[in-house]
Design a binder for this molecule. Structure first.
Ligand SMILES: [Zn+2]
Length: 222
């Protein structure tokens, strides 16, 4: 089998993604972006506040990318919770933590978009041609919430992206298929968070076991 060719990231977009996501290097391909985001998480998981937040997300108490203002992207969980996420990718990432339905609209024409994800796999996508635009603002401003999130959106299809680009020729970004977005979410976000939370849980369990054995030695034995 011939391996798929790497998916190139335009140089200007790569530089902006490096700035906005705090990456060690400039990603030139989608695969490099996944690796760099993954490394970024693995490096930062020791931060206690971030770790507490990610643990809460991992165990379903918080929702990844949840914001307290209205966005195009609404995430509906099986237990009835409904929240907005900052961007399309955040909604997809949350789909690795809990089964959900994303309701959004095509950024070009307001056409309804509905995607169901469970365990990081798409079980329903409407329209089936839906794609993700991974974009950023131009310039030097580096706040994820204003310079990346509003630029990461669903489109009904690549044709809608192309029509939109004709009207907005200065937009910086690239199209990802839904599967490419899921791959990025899995490798860049889900796997390192899963690994990080699991290893810290393991360390906590070890400490708890040691403490227990100090105070109350187990009575079983030979
Ligand atoms: Zn559209």
């Amino acid at each position: 089998m011939i391996p798929a060719p790497p998916i190139q990231i335009p140089a200007e977009l790569g530089a902006r993604l490096q700035q906005l996501f705090g990456l060690d290097d400039t990603p030139r391909t989608l695969e490099e972006l996944s690796d760099l985001v993954r490394r970024h998480w693995l490096k930062n998981l020791g931060n206690p506040r971030l770790n507490a937040h990610l643990r809460a997300t991992y165990y379903g108490r918080e929702i990844f990318g949840n914001v307290n203002y209205e966005t195009l992207h609404r995430v509906k969980l099986a237990d009835g919770r409904q929240v907005h996420t900052a961007c399309a990718l955040d909604a997809i990432i949350e789909g690795f933590f809990l089964p959900l339905e994303i309701e959004s609209t095509c950024f070009h024409c307001d056409q309804h978009v509905r995607i169901r994800i469970s365990k990081g796999a798409v079980i329903h996508a409407e329209p089936s041609s839906v794609v993700v635009w991974l974009g950023t603002s131009k310039g030097d401003s580096c706040t994820c919430e204003t310079d990346a999130c509003p630029y990461i959106n669903f489109f009904a299809s690549q044709e809608h992206v192309t029509d939109w680009q004709h009207r907005n020729p200065n937009e910086l970004g690239m199209t990802l298929t839904l599967q490419q977005s899921l791959n990025l979410a899995r490798k860049g976000w889900w796997e390192p968070i899963h690994l990080g939370v699991a290893s810290i849980q393991f360390a906590a369990d070890e400490t708890a076991t040691q403490n227990r054995s100090k105070t109350a030695p187990p009575s079983w034995g030979h």
